[in-house]
Design a protein around this ligand. Structure first.
Ligand code: AP5
Length: 230
């Protein structure tokens, strides 16, 4: 199963991709997490990315495309993968096609801008794993600590309100057009294109998880999917 999770900043992509990865035993590939790991490792890419990420800008396509193309060739991706936060531009989507990287489904999580600001301002993360919590809606077992490691949670540098508003603007301009792009692709090429599904992202974390699981169960039981994979 090769999936893309699409949605605005704070729509819940990271939260939901953790459930999907666990249930379907596929790796979650978050380009945001990859870039933050590069920043922690003090690499050249990390250095260049940090300046842009702190401003809420996207990193250039040529910086991220190579990382993703390489990552999906790792052995753990043989049975599938889940892309979280990639593609984010039409150029990145085209690079997947040009690289022969087939995608089965694109799931868009739709959340309105005001809810996004509320969600991101209360977000806390475990930097090493990317595990995500919310101070009100998705609390860790112990305040300020990661459930699995007990290590401290932090607030991301790009989670300040003015940066969030800028990230939303960038999303509407550069990433939202991908919704139309994948809808068109699916209408034009049928089973040969990724299936595009929108999921309403307003509601409790578990309700949205179950909606996405329903979509994925439908996909798996679709005869054209079975024909390709079994
Ligand atoms: P990235 O890390 O991908 O950030 P993002 O897309 O802005 O998404 P977020 O991680 O902010 O949110 P999310 O949708 O995962 O939501 P989450 O589950 O955490 O990218 C960061 C930066 O890296 C970009 O700005 C860019 O600079 C760069 N970058 C990354 N990929 C790139 C690419 N492909 N090209 C170019 N640049 C790239 O949830 C948010 C909060 O809400 C959490 O606190 C969570 O607990 C809570 N929550 C989740 N679901 C619910 C719910 N249903 N109800 C209430 N609260 C909820």
């Amino acid at each position: 199963m090769r999936l893309i999770l699409l949605g605005g900043p704070g729509a819940g992509k990271g939260t939901q991709s953790a459930f999907i990865a666990e249930k379907y035993k596929i790796p979650k590939i978050s380009t945001g997490d990859m870039l933050r790991a590069a920043i922690r490792a003090r690499t050249e890419i990390g250095h260049q990315a940090k300046v842009l990420m702190d401003k809420g800008e996207l990193v250039p396509d040529e910086m991220i495309i190579g990382l993703v193309k390489d990552r999906v060739t790792h052995p753990d991706c043989e049975k599938g993968f889940l892309l979280d936060g990639f593609p984010r531009t039409i150029g990145q989507a085209e690079a997947l096609i040009q690289g022969g990287i087939r995608i089965d489904a694109v799931i868009e999580i739709g959340v309105n801008d005001d809810e996004i600001v509320t969600r991101i301002s209360g977000r806390r993360v475990h930097p090493e794993s990317g595990r995500t919590y919310h101070i009100e809606y998705n609390k860790p077992e112990k305040d300020g600590l990661d459930d699995l490691t007990g290590e401290p949670l932090i607030q991301r540098d790009d989670d300040k309100e003015e940066t969030i508003r800028h990230r939303l603007g960038v999303y509407h301009k550069q990433t939202e057009p991908l919704i139309k792009y994948y809808k068109n692709l699916s209408e034009k090429h049928g089973d040969a294109a990724p299936k595009f599904v929108s999921v309403k992202g307003m509601g409790k974390v578990e309700e949205i998880r179950d909606l996405i699981f329903d979509v994925l169960n439908d996909l798996i039981s679709d005869p054209s999917f079975k024909k390709n994979y079994h």
